[in-house]
Design a protein around this ligand. Structure first.
Ligand code: NI
Length: 202
C-alpha cells in the first residue's frame, strides 16, 4: 500500500495542471485496491476477545453526478476474507460483501485536485463462515449488518478523462455472532476502508 501511495504522489507531481470539473449527468467510475481494516473492539467473551484481521481486495465505485457538485456513489468490491481470532489464535474465517451507498459533495478547486466527502449507509452480508482451531466442528453464523458510513477522498486529474483517486471510508459494521445457534454477542468490526486507484469520467 505504501508503494502505491508513493507511485501516486509521483504521478500527481508530474501530471499536467489543467482544471478538471464534473458536470451533472457525469458518471465517474473508480477502480483500485481496497483494504478493509477493522478498528472496532470485536467481541469480549469469557475466554478473551474475538476480532477480525484486515484484507485487501479489488474495489469498484461509481458516482452519478446529480448536479455539478453533488453525486450519489455506490462502493462495491470482490469479497473480503477475514480471519477471526480469539486473543490472537485463529478460530475461524468469514467472507463479506460491504456495498456502501453515499451522497457525495465534490469541491471544484479550479485545479486538477477535486476533493469530496460523502455520507450514507453500509450493508454488509457475511457468508462462508468457517470455524478453525479450538472451534473446529462448531457452526458459526454472523448476522448481516446495516449502519452509517462516511467517506472522504479526492480525484487528481491526469487528463480530461482519467484521474488518480484515493479515498478513506469509515463504516459502522456490527454483527451478531452465533455459535451452534447460541448467541455470543455483537462483534464490533467498524472498519476503515482505504481505496487507492484510478477514476474514469464518462
Ligand atoms: Ni459499531
Amino acid at each position: 500500500m505504501k508503494k502505491l501511495v508513493a507511485a501516486c504522489l509521483i504521478a500527481m507531481v508530474s501530471a499536467g495542471s489543467q482544471a478538471f470539473a464534473y458536470e451533472a449527468g457525469d458518471i465517474v467510475l473508480r477502480v483500485g485496491a481496497a483494504q478493509v481494516d477493522p478498528s472496532g473492539d470485536g467481541l469480549d467473551i469469557v475466554s478473551g476477545n474475538i476480532n477480525a484481521d484486515d484484507d485487501t481486495q479489488l474495489g469498484l465505485s461509481a458516482s452519478y453526478m446529480i448536479t455539478n457538485s453533488v453525486g450519489v456513489a455506490v462502493l462495491a468490491a470482490t469479497p473480503f476474507k477475514h480471519d477471526l481470532t480469539l486473543d490472537g489464535t485463529i478460530i475461524g474465517e468469514t467472507k463479506h460483501l460491504p456495498p456502501t451507498v453515499t451522497v457525495q459533495y465534490h469541491m471544484d478547486t479550479g485545479s486538477p485536485f477535486r476533493p469530496y466527502a460523502g455520507a450514507g449507509f453500509n450493508y454488509t452480508q457475511f457468508f462462508s463462515e468457517e470455524t478453525k482451531g479450538p472451534l473446529t466442528g462448531t457452526n458459526l453464523e454472523l448476522s448481516h449488518s446495516f449502519g452509517l458510513a462516511a467517506e472522504v477522498g479526492f480525484d487528481y486529474a491526469i487528463n480530461q478523462d482519467w484521474a488518480l483517486n484515493a479515498a478513506v471510508y469509515y463504516a459502522d459494521i456490527d454483527t451478531t455472532a452465533k455459535l451452534d445457534g447460541a448467541e455470543l454477542g455483537d462483534v464490533e468490526i467498524d472498519p476503515w476502508v482505504y481505496m487507492l486507484g484510478a477514476s474514469y469520467k464518462f
